[in-house]
Design a protein around this ligand. Structure first.
Ligand code: NAD
Length: 476
């Protein structure tokens, strides 16, 4: 296996400090798919030097030519969708239909970047005065060489949010996919290079946390991270003194509030999908549900009936909706949250434990009669478990929605537009949803408050974020 890996140029060098092995395991079966050597400090430093040398030439390449490589990348993704989807399913345990959906969603993001980048990056004339003979302008300069340290749960989404606009804006990118999505990271790099992005401009760096830490020791001009709050805090501390741009897209404990005027069955189905899609392993999965007490019991019944219908099992099966848990240690987090909730008086309406089969599996779990003393309502679960709590009114719902260290997304379901706006105006989150949830749009900024992160991706602001503004004061 190692020999197969060594045939590729960006992984070919063998050095004494390249000792860490990276095992790629299928989480649905526990089988080892591939073992490769992780990039050690020496490889990382060499890749940095290569990218630093190449970046000015890339920045000088006309924008339309940089965009043409992204258009070509899109074509290659379309042509290879089935292979890419199967690799993703194999290494993260995502149901195959959801892997295809992610690739379809990637195309929509690429379309947005292809459409919006020229406008976002153009030189702006902000003031001109003939009497003063003064002209003021803003240009958007690339940051230089950036590090993109990424997560595994939606590797195409969270990766492309960063590396596509970063490349388009003229940066070189050192891209470290998650060690749990290494094969997908390799596919992305291969397609980028085949599309015409030079190998020294989009540079994959493969490995786990130690490789990420080695990457951070390079004098990069920006760090764009997607992952957990725990790692994000370390990254912020390590980059803090260097005065470089740091963006952190972190976890969430995203609430939904269901008002008393909804269609109960339809809302239960929509919110259950928001909680359990991607086996609950989405940063914007619904993680807490508050239901107006007037409809609490029928809502719980409809919700449980919906989740009972989900097909669990082999992620390569077209009918599967609940797949494997990608990271094995997460099973302990889920088990601990259920035990804690039970001990404090919650009722397990469905599931409640790991499923005994090869690989990493946890039964879709619905906990009712929960409250905020319980870990399941406070800590990110990142798996197929959810707590449902009754609330007396909108004010109580708002208080509970804001009672969190996180602030990524929040949603409300009601027929009443004014009521929705009133609730959402008081919720402290980067994205708010009315009658929808677990949703990302490339046209809107994606950001979090508090422990959900800082900075933003997507929207035209998420293109400009990969540049620094240069202010031009021009007197004739
Ligand atoms: P993680 O923090 O374990 O790892 C993320 C990345 O950081 C990986 O590439 C890992 O190798 C690297 N890393 C680990 N230790 C490091 C260190 N000391 N220095 C440098 N790099 C290091 O997170 P994960 O398990 O990959 O992802 C799950 C988390 O990501 C969840 O909390 C989820 O909510 C969050 N997430 C957030 C968003 C968002 O847009 N806000 C999107 C997806 C996932």
């Amino acid at each position: 296996m190692r020999a197969k890996h060594a045939a590729r140029p960006h992984r070919a060098r063998r050095t004494s400090d390249r000792t860490t092995a990276l095992s790629i395991t299928n989480p649905a079966t526990g089988a080892v798919v591939l073992r490769i050597a992780a990039d050690g400090p020496r490889e990382v430093a060499a890749r940095y030097a290569t990218a630093r040398a190449a970046q000015p030439r890339w920045a000088a390449t006309p924008l339309r030519r940089r965009l043409a490589t992204i258009a070509k990348f899109r074509e290659l993704v379309v042509a290879r969708t089935e292979t890419l989807a199967h690799t993703l399913t194999q290494e993260v345990g995502k149901p195959i239909r959801q892997s295809r959906n992610e690739l379809k969603g990637l195309l929509a993001r690429l379309d947005f970047f292809l459409d919006a980048s020229t406008r976002a990056l153009r030189e702006e004339k902000v003031f001109a005065d003939a009497a003063q003979k003064l002209d003021e302008r803003i240009t958007h300069e690339p940051l230089g060489v950036i590090a993109n340290i990424s997560a595994w749960n939606y590797p195409y989404f969270v990766g492309s949010n960063v590396f596509v606009p970063a490349l388009v804006a003229g940066n070189a990118v050192l891209y470290k996919p998650s060690e749990f999505a290494t094969l997908t990271g390799r596919h992305i790099a291969d397609l980028m290079h085949a599309a015409g992005v030079p190998e020294d401009v989009f540079v994959p760096v493969l490995g786990g946390g130690a490789t990420g830490a080695a990457l951070l020791r390079q004098p990069v001009d920006g760090v764009f991270f997607t992952g957990s709050y725990a790692t994000g805090a370390k990254i912020a501390a390590s980059a803090g003194k260097r005065m470089i741009k740091v963006q952190l897209e972190l976890g969430g404990k995203d609430p939904v509030y269901v008002c008393d005027d909804v269609d109960v069955a339809a809302t239960a189905a929509a919110v259950a999908d928001g909680a359990f899609y991607n086996t609950g392993q989405s940063c914007c999965s619904v993680e807490r549900i508050y239901v107006h007490e007037a409809i609490y019991t029928p809502f719980v019944d409809a919700f449980v009936a919906e989740v009972e219908r989900y097909r669990i099992g082999d992620p390569t099966d077209e009918a599967t909706y609940i797949g494997a848990i990608t990271r094995r240690p997460q099973l302990d987090v889920l088990r601990r949250q259920v035990q804690d909730a039970r001990r404090k008086g919650a009722r397990v309406a469905l599931g409640g434990s790991p499923i005994k089969r090869k690989g990493n599996w946890f039964a879709p779990t619905v906990l009712t009669d929960v409250d905020h003393s319980m870990l399941v309502m406070r800590e990110e679960s990142f798996g197929p478990i959810i707590g449902i709590q009754a609330v007396a009114d909108d004010a109580a719902a708002i208080d509970l929605m804001n009672d969190t260290e996180y602030g990524l997304t929040a949603g409300v379901y009601t027929h009443d537009a004014a009521r929705a706006r009133r609730v959402l105006a008081h919720v402290n989150a980067g994205s708010v949803y009315w009658n929808c949830c677990d949703r990302v749009s490339p046209r809107l900024p994606w950001s979090g408050v508090k422990h959900s992160g800082m900075g933003l991706t997507l929207s035209t602001m998420g293109i400009q974020t990969f540049t620094r503004p240069k202010a031009w004061h021009l007197k004739t």
